[in-house]
Write a protein that binds this ligand. Structure first.
Ligand code: 5GP
Ligand code: ZN
Length: 120
């Protein structure tokens, strides 16, 4: 299976270890790490190892790894509680007009531990 890379992409460099990151879970298809500018404690980015700018560029087998990994991260962060609080946002931006800054698909997992923290 071939994996697309972009030698100039900061997230491809993070996957390869060329830029340091605080890694959480790595699988054959995905890589997750702490966001460098967290909007809440434990703000995580989950990315496919396949380089593509937008969601529709990523092959299904790479995408289908993301949600099971995210469930594991929710447990790691003790957010797997069936109550109003805590909660979490799981979101993804595509294109500059939609507030995407890094052009390698990434999913934000943002803990919501009280009503007043986090962006959303
Ligand atoms: P976007 O606005 O593209 O959806 O979000 C990009 C995210 O990547 C931002 O939350 C930003 O803080 C994060 N980010 C950008 N560069 C780096 C980096 O070099 N390391 C890490 N860990 N996060 C980064
Ligand atoms: Zn990339």
């Amino acid at each position: 299976a071939s994996v697309a890379h972009d030698a100039a992409c900061i997230f491809c460099k993070i996957i390869k270890g060329e830029i340091p990151s605080f890694k959480l879970i790595e699988t054959k298809y995905s890589f997750s790490f702490l966001d460098i500018q967290p909007t809440a404690r434990g703000h995580i980015l989950v990315i496919p190892k396949y380089h593509g700018a937008k969601l529709h560029n990523i092959p299904d087998e790479h995408l289908s790894d993301i949600l099971p990994v995210t469930k594991k991260l929710v447990k790691l962060l003790d957010l797997d509680i069936d109550d109003d609080v805590p909660g979490y946002n799981f979101l993804q931006n595509n294109g500059k007009i939609a507030h995407q800054e890094v052009k390698h698909v990434h999913f934000h997992l943002i803990p919501k531990r009280d009503k007043d923290t986090g962006l959303i």
